[in-house]
Design a protein around this ligand. Structure first.
Ligand SMILES: [Zn+2]
Ligand SMILES: [Zn+2]
Length: 189
């Protein structure tokens, strides 16, 4: 909490100089160090506020590391899912003999985008999020048509694309933990 400008919880006078004061993170109160009856002991709850402040800071750091680790897994899952999708599309085109140079170029571009996403480039995140959102809508309408025409194998494949695209879209745009991880990739932290 902000020390300067707070009132001392013991003598109720203002704190004007941070080094002569401290605060208890549990009670959210501040006090002059000279007003304490025992050193490092909160006048309200009686606990050691120095230790509390240190463990609070450690908990915040640990929470941040946990969020980044979760974001890393989610980002990796999105990258792998999008890669698998692109690979299955080009694979199907190659097997079916319908692959064109455009397919190959699109596949290579998507590889670059996925790699750029993993390394935290914001434009790759926005681009992949928007194209995932678009892909989800397209795959959904194709899945709908396929199921109406009784092509259940195709409908099933397209439905799994809808899920992959929709989850990627949501994670990339709205997950604060993914954003945290991507930011940490860019800062090299
Ligand atoms: Zn005081
Ligand atoms: Zn306290």
């Amino acid at each position: 909490m902000q020390l300067v400008g707070s009132d001392c919880a013991v003598c109720h006078r203002g704190i004007t100089f941070a080094p002569e004061a401290a605060s208890c993170p549990t009670c959210a109160i501040a006090f002059h160090l000279t007003c304490l009856s025992a050193p490092s002991t909160c006048p309200t709850c009686g606990s050691n506020f120095t230790q509390l402040t240190v463990s609070r800071a450690q908990a915040t750091t640990a929470g941040h590391a946990q969020a980044v680790a979760w974001g890393r897994k989610a980002a990796l899952a999105v990258c792998l899912a999008l890669f698998a999708t692109q690979a299955s599309l080009i694979g199907a085109a190659l097997v079916g003999g319908t692959a064109t140079p455009t397919h190959v170029v699109q596949f290579l571009i998507s590889l670059v985008l996925i790699a750029a996403l993993y390394f935290g480039y914001g434009w790759a995140r926005v681009w992949l999020a928007l194209s995932s959102g678009f892909g989800a809508v397209v795959a959904f309408s194709l899945a709908w048509t396929a199921s109406r025409t009784g092509n259940l194998g195709n409908a099933f494949f397209l439905s799994s694309l809808v899920i992959i695209f929709a989850v990627s879209f949501g994670l990339l745009l709205f997950s604060s933990r993914v954003a945290l991880f991507l930011a940490s990739q860019r800062s090299g932290a």
